[in-house]
Ligand binder design. Structure first.
Ligand code: ADP
Ligand code: ZN
Ligand code: ZN
Length: 802
């Protein structure tokens, strides 16, 4: 087996295959699949992943592997197979799926250098360029005034050479430690011989005699209240020695988490957990959907199921949405399992993430809590995978590889024969429909553990406000209630639903929204042409002057930003202290947490923000939640807009009255009669599910069909359209008779960075090998892609239709 099959780090579809390399004698013993290697590729040296070893190759002149980066495989055989499966499933490149599974620092770092080989004098310019150095980074050529011709010539003459360097970016943190350099009795002897004026040295030496184990230098200086010079004096006398040691960065101080133990479960919790525990015991795979209202004790179920897994000596993955990886959530897992938990999320530095990953890789922890990519945690003995808030869109990656964490979790669950748990107060229609059909096992928790009722939701009809002469963003009801809470020293959360800003057209007089007659989707306003367009089927019409329903001229596009709301709010209630939380105010690392702490410390009366405030927050003193514009998401050009509205309203309502004080929710809307608003206000998920399923059936959307979105972009408008047309035409010839292909249609953002974007949508029920068919279609354009900067992207499970 002296040949390695390698996936090389060149993200191009023409290179998307394994390449064979000879394994030199010195690596024969140690080289295993899942390790990273350095290989020659054309004129360059690049990184690659070994995916297998073999004896035979169809090529005879094989190049040799230059170097091996890892001593142990960083991808297990399971993950290598998973990466292959995922690449084929999502039409991605193998290299991108492997890289998606690993921390950023394990990616290669490429550098080019020029080396001077001889002392023979070079041209004046080159002499100046090297400036007595032997090696110079290649980037310096650009501003040096040295021409490429000169460099080429010098290379030909053998005076200089170009090197391609490839490095693993891994940064390990090393710190200095100290320990006694001699036996204790020798130290005691030295202490006796020390002159009395060397008091500080005496004290420190006494310390080492009493504590002969190694100690971190910085810790010694801090705790001992000493100085570097005292340490140096002892080092110089060779009484102690110093050495560098690698340490793991732990982003969390595990000692601060108060230990918790399993709670006595409620009747409903027990019924839900019983079959899960059984599956854990019997090593059986199944998918469980836990549909439980906010506060019904889902997290406690996760914790107790994980305890069983740990007791069996196995491992657990818990996925939570990035945004709810708040200190509160981390505290619950660390509180129960202490340092047996690794946490992976984007606020960690690259180094911290790498260290948490290595704690998993070295089997130093049994539990990982993390955002989407934690689903690839390199455990080999998985006993459970949990996806909390399974309806969250952030579980879908919107870059290559365009995967959904739920699919990966289920694939791994099958492999490890372990249960996969999906939890939500508002499951996706896809998951709930599968539970109804018995594909998933359903558990329902209807009661909060504290037996408290959900807060009352009051809907305010904003059309009435307008008729009463109130043109502001705040209804009279909301204003009065806010003033009352501020007087009582209670707090308020205000949600501005900013997504879908200015895209749809609505009549402020009667709430009428212009929709596509063929798709049941709000039309999108295109300002330049003053046209309304459907992003699904390309239907269009001109922007009306008057409302087709009530003839009012108050029909216009809709939306306002958080900053403007904040200004309006401080004008309306001058005494209110407002904290604004949106993408602008939370861009800096730690800003999110700081704002939340300020609010928790009651430094503000009102927390005003976008979607990000709806999740996982738990403040005792919040008794009022206001939703300013419940409609804005309802009319996104997205068949999931009703579902998203229902989810958001349910979630944000859960923020009020979690504790002793009763809570209230005020929802402002122009369409109070819409079923997603009305049913969310009554917490009636089941009715919503039934009604929404009817719509999905009528217009043939998931879960009744599957969708695939193909997007083509090019600088030239005609090329973009024609390529899309060609793909659509070819596809029609090969798909099943009940499959529908919509398009070509301009993408919702029809031009981006000077590129024109067109798309087509495939709606299908049964296509056994659609991936391969699409692959074949787009392979025809490989040349255009390579030479002419054409881009074709395929999303097998599109969520972002905007
Ligand atoms: P969810 O995840 O469904 O929102 P949690 O698990 O966070 O619900 O539970 C809500 C609250 O109820 C938490 O404070 C939790 O500690 C508490 N809790 C959960 N289960 C029980 C139980 N069986 N007995 C008492 N309190 C519980
Ligand atoms: Zn109208
Ligand atoms: Zn349409």
């Amino acid at each position: 087996m002296n040949i390695a099959k390698v996936i090389v780090d060149v993200p191009a579809s023409s290179i998307n295959q394994t390449f064979d390399y000879q394994i030199p004698e010195r690596f024969q013993e140690m080289l295993k699949p899942g390790m990273r290697v350095m290989v020659p590729f054309g004129p360059r040296k690049i990184m690659g992943y070994v995916v297998g070893r073999t004896n035979e190759s169809s090529f005879d002149q094989l190049k040799e592997i230059i170097d091996v980066f890892d001593l142990t495989p960083i991808l297990t055989t399971e993950l290598l197979d998973l990466g292959k499966w995922l690449a084929e499933e999502t039409l991605s490149l193998y290299i991108t799926t492997f890289q998606a599974m690993l921390p950023q620092v394990l990616k290669a770092n490429y550098k080019k250098e020029l080396e001077r080989l001889t002392s023979a004098s070079l041209s004046d310019q080159l002499e100046a360029f090297f400036d007595r150095r032997d090696v110079v980074p290649y980037e310096e050529v650009e501003n040096s005034g040295v021409s490429f011709y000169q460099i080429q010539k010098a290379i030909q003459d053998g005076d200089i050479a170009v090197h391609y360097l490839v490095k693993s970016r891994v940064t390990k943190k090393h710190v200095t430690f100290l320990k006694p350099a001699r036996d204790i009795h020798l130290l005691e002897e030295a202490l006796r011989d020390m002159p009395n004026r060397a008091r500080k040295q005496q004290e420190m030496l006494t310390f080492f005699i009493d504590h002969p184990q190694e100690i971190e230098l910085n810790k010694l200086i801090k705790e001992f209240g000493t100085t570097r010079s005292t340490v140096n004096a002892l080092l110089k006398k060779e009484l102690i020695t110093s050495f560098r040691k690698e340490v793991f960065r732990n982003p969390y101080d595990d000692s601060v988490f108060e230990q918790t133990t399993s709670l006595e479960l409620t009747e409903q919790q027990r019924e839900a957990i019983e079959p899960i525990k059984q599956h854990i015991q019997e090593n059986r795979h199944d998918v469980f959907l836990i549909h439980g209202v906010t506060g019904s004790g889902k997290t406690e179920i996760y914790l107790q199921a994980i305890q069983d897994v740990i007791d069996k000596g196995k491992e657990a993955i818990v996925l939570v949405p990035e945004i709810s990886l708040t200190p509160q959530m981390v505290k619950r897992f660390k509180g129960r399992f202490g340092s047996n938990v690794a946490v992976l999320h984007s606020a960690l530095s690259y180094g911290e993430k790498y260290d948490e990953w290595r704690r998993i890789h070295r089997k130093e922890v049994q539990v990982v809590v993390g955002a989407r990519s934690a689903v690839f945690a390199p455990f080999e003995n998985l006993g459970i995978i949990i996806i909390d808030e399974e309806h969250e869109n952030s579980y879908k990656q919107e870059d290559q590889p365009r995967y959904h964490a739920r699919d990966v979790a289920i694939h791994r669950g099958e492999y490890h024969r372990c249960p996969v748990i999906l939890g939500s107060a508002t499951p996706t229609l896809e998951s709930y429909a599968r539970a109804q059909k018995g594909v998933y096992k359903l558990a329902t928790l209807t009661k909060r553990t504290n037996e408290k009722a959900m807060p009352e939701v009051n809907i305010v009809d904003m059309r009435d406000e307008l008729h009463a002469g109130n043109r502001s963003m705040f209804s009279r009801n909301l204003k009065e209630n806010m003033e009352q809470r501020i007087r009582r020293g209670e707090q308020i959360v205000l949600l501005l639903n900013r997504r879908g800003y200015s895209t749809f057209v609505m009549c402020r007089e009667c709430g009428y929204v212009k929709e596509c007659p063929h798709c049941d989707i709000a039309l999108t306003f295109h300002k330049h042409q003053n046209q309304l367009k459907c992003h699904y089927c390309s239907y269009e019409e001109s922007m009306p002057m008057y409302c087709p329903s009530c003839s009012s001229d108050l029909i216009r596009f809709f939306g306002t930003g958080t900053q403007r709301i904040e200004e309006a709010l401080t004008q309306l209630i001058p005494e209110a202290r407002v904290l604004r939380m949106d993408v602008d105010t939370t861009r800096r690392k730690g800003a999110h947490e700081k704002l939340l702490n300020q609010f928790a410390n009651k430094e503000a009366d009102i927390l005003l923000g976008t979607q990000m405030i709806a999740k996982g927050l738990d403040f005792e003193n919040v008794t009022l939640v206001g939703v300013l514009t419940a409609d804005s998401m309802l009319h996104l050009p997205d068949f999931r807009s009703s579902e998203k509205t229902f989810q958001l309203l349910t979630q944000v309502s859960g923020r009020a009255g979690r504790h002793d004080l009763p809570g209230e929710v005020i929802v402002q809307t122009y369409t109070p009669e819409h079923y997603s608003i009305e049913l969310a206000s009554r917490y009636n998920y089941l009715r919503f599910y039934q009604q929404e399923m009817q719509t999905r059936k009528k217009f043939q959307y998931p879960p009744y069909v599957f969708l695939t979105l193909i997007t083509v972009s090019h600088q030239n408008h005609v090329t973009a359209v024609q390529t899309t047309q060609q793909i659509v035409k070819n596809l029609w010839k090969h798909v099943q008779s009940d499959t529908v292909i919509l398009g070509p249609t301009p993408s919702p953002i029809p031009r981006m960075k000077d590129r024109f974007r067109y798309q087509c949508m495939i709606k299908y029920k049964h296509e056994s090998d659609l991936q391969r068919l699409i692959q074949k279609m787009i392979h025809q354009f490989d040349d255009e892609v390579r030479k002419n900067d054409l881009q074709i992207t395929v999303d097998m499970q599109p969520y972002q239709l905007m």
